[in-house]
Design a protein around this ligand. Structure first.
Ligand SMILES: [Zn+2]
Length: 292
């Protein structure tokens, strides 16, 4: 039994994954899916021993668990707490990470909830489909996260104290419903490149630190866009964006530059930006945005 304890709706629970997995294969003959425990008595998902997790194929077990949960009719959602995920060992190539959590063409059919989880290695998602909501609370990504050509049918919330120690890069994704990042920190920039947001986009109470461009956005916002109470460590760059719906920047503070360029607005009844922006040493083009 795993010693990990966490709270579910106020009640303390111990980790039930070893029992869940054992019940899947009562004969114990499934060599592909065993859940070992470390010296501290923590299961493969909750162990803090990174080398031990790598040696015991933590990521492969994680993906297998996701597959079982996706298919399990008794579970309406995939809820994971306090997981520490290490990645696959990759072939040694210059410029590539040693380890990465790779999700390619994966399909999440259920609500995905992750609380207090840590991704130790780079995360790469390519052409993944999410049919239900995605909600991350107090999760930490220790390396960069790349989300490319994915489709999100329902709400995406990355809120409440998520920490992205590497760049958070969203490229070529399709968000059908509202998307929000709230009360989170990116230490190496947030890069939103050629995305379509069909629901409202909200970035609120975040700290966007360092990076070449702390916040870079090139996207089509089909149903509103809001930046509120954020602090940007460096360059804020909005380029070649399309804004439809009620779009605003409120109480934004950046230490250097706000740059707005080549954007198109189809907003009818609202100003594009109700800008209450504090920019020190600003050399950008805020005025252009107000006049559009
Ligand atoms: Zn556990």
């Amino acid at each position: 039994m795993c010693k990990q304890v966490y709270s579910v709706k106020g009640d303390e629970k111990t980790c039930s994954w070893p029992a869940y997995i054992a019940a899947l294969d009562p004969s114990g003959n499934d060599d592909d899916f065993v859940l070992p425990h470390d010296e501290e008595g923590l299961c493969l998902f909750h162990s803090k021993d990174i080398d031990w997790k790598r040696n015991h194929a933590c990521f492969e077990s994680f993906v297998t668990l996701l597959s079982y949960l996706n298919d399990d009719p008794r579970r309406e959602e995939i809820m994971l707490q306090n997981f520490i995920i290490t990645g696959l060992e990759l072939e040694d190539q210059p410029g590539h990470p040693d380890y990465a959590c790779l999700f390619e063409r994966y399909v999440f059919r259920k609500l995905l909830l992750m609380f207090d989880c840590v991704f130790v290695d780079e995360v790469e998602m390519e052409a993944v489909r999410f049919f239900d909501e995605v909600c991350l609370v107090s999760c930490e990504f220790k390396k960069q996260i790349l989300v490319t050509n994915c489709r999100f049918n329902e709400n995406v919330d990355m809120f409440d104290n998520c920490l992205f120690k590497g760049t958070l890069r969203l490229h070529g994704n399709h968000f059908k419903s509202p998307f929000s990042i709230v009360q989170s920190t990116t230490e190496q920039g947030l890069d939103i490149d050629i995305n379509d947001f069909f629901g409202r986009f909200l970035l609120s109470d975040c700290q966007l630190l360092n990076g070449e461009e702390s916040l870079y956005i090139m996207a089509n916002f089909h149903n509103g866009f809001e930046l509120r109470n954020n602090k940007t460590g460096d360059y804020l760059n909005l380029q070649e964006c399309t804004f439809r719906g009620d779009c605003s920047i409120h109480n934004y503070s950046a230490t250097t530059t706000l740059h707005l360029e080549e954007f198109d607005s189809a907003t009818q009844s609202h100003p594009v930006f109700d800008i209450i922006v504090r920019i020190t040493n600003n050399t950008g083009h805020v005025r252009d945005a107000q006049e559009s």
